[in-house]
Design a protein around this ligand. Sequence first.
Ligand code: IMP
Length: 426
Amino acid sequence: MPVVAVIGAQWGDEGKGKVVDMLAQQARMVVRFSGGDNAGHSVVNPHGEFKLHLIPSGIFNAGVACIISNGVVINPAVLIGEIDSLNERGVDTGHLFISDRAHLIMPYHLLLDGLEEEARGGRAIGTTRKGVGPAFTDKTARLGIRAGDLLDEKAFRERLGAVLEYKNIILTKVYNAKPLSLEEVFSQYRQYGERLAPHIRETTIMVDGALGRGELVILEGAQGALLDPDFGTYPYTTSSSPLAAGACLGAGLGPTRLDRALGVYKAYCTRVGGGPMPTELNDATGELIRERAGEYGTTTGRARRCGWFDAVAARFSSRINGLTGAVVTRLDILDILPSLKVCVGYELDGKAIDFPSSITALARCKPVYEELPGWLTDTTGVRDFNKLPAEARGYVNRLEELIGCPVNLVCVGPERGAVIEKTPIF
Ligand code: IMP
């Protein structure tokens, strides 16, 4: 069985949680490979309705090993809260494993995420303020503290002492904030360490073992390709790579082992936070989509910006991920629109251009729209592609053509079963 990376192919919130929950029925391992608790994966299945921030969406299946891998930054308090809340609802987490190489979100990361955003003033990125950016900054700056450090109390105290001395200089001298107490942070994280120790281990060997046994392994992405720090709308991006290439690095897997890269696209576009979005609808249609779809952040509650499907961005995303297939989610949201627009090109100063690297150029791009007829029919009960209204099939077929890879699945509701197979993934 192959390794499948499930990748957000727009600006995040595409419905990756639902897709992973579905695929996990056939899998033996799910690995969350990037981001932190800035993510919010919604899952609706026979166990109930869940919003997962760190725990892989395969957790509902007892036989599926769920790994939070080296590419993720972990806020231990959030993770423990998530474990407790799942356990209270009868979901076992004994099959959850945490890479000893995963970096930790520390109290100063949370403080700095807020202080840095405030210092940016009108140019704020609109981060989730979960400390994710500052934690990845420290990883690169070699100032990070990792899950494995919690297992060695003496070494952890020494490491924390050295890092905190430096962080307190930044907090007090740059931001006029209060310093953090070594004793308090140490004793709090030691407790987290005791609680999480049974889950922490070397995990690449587990992934390799699953591959050796020929098991299906799902690599669960967070955020979306257009938030990638290299290829997204920099600097309005997140801080770790949500791409298929990032999946390999973030899970400790060589790129030659990846068999499928499945891009998840919403049938329209949303974005939360700052940065350009060429197809944004600041009108009644945008409002209608937001309210009908409940487009409010799972993590922050912020209203998401809504717009038409952007096929220029979608094709770019397919290219940089090397997508082998796509999933189109939330098609049913469009059931009530008499006609739909799809952005098929960008025009900048009268010239057609591809998805640009510069946000100032992207902000000036004029979307070129193609108009397609709506279907004005409830699709939520449809399970066979050929039974969709002809206009809905036409819409999905056109997206497929524009994205440039086969559409494998079409989702028509939040529940696990609300899905139509168009082309088999395997
Ligand atoms: P950060 O990842 O919290 O630093 O936020 C950076 C940017 O990524 C902001 O625009 C956030 O709104 C956005 N972002 C981060 N995580 C998600 C997500 O899971 N879904 C959608 N947008 C996200």
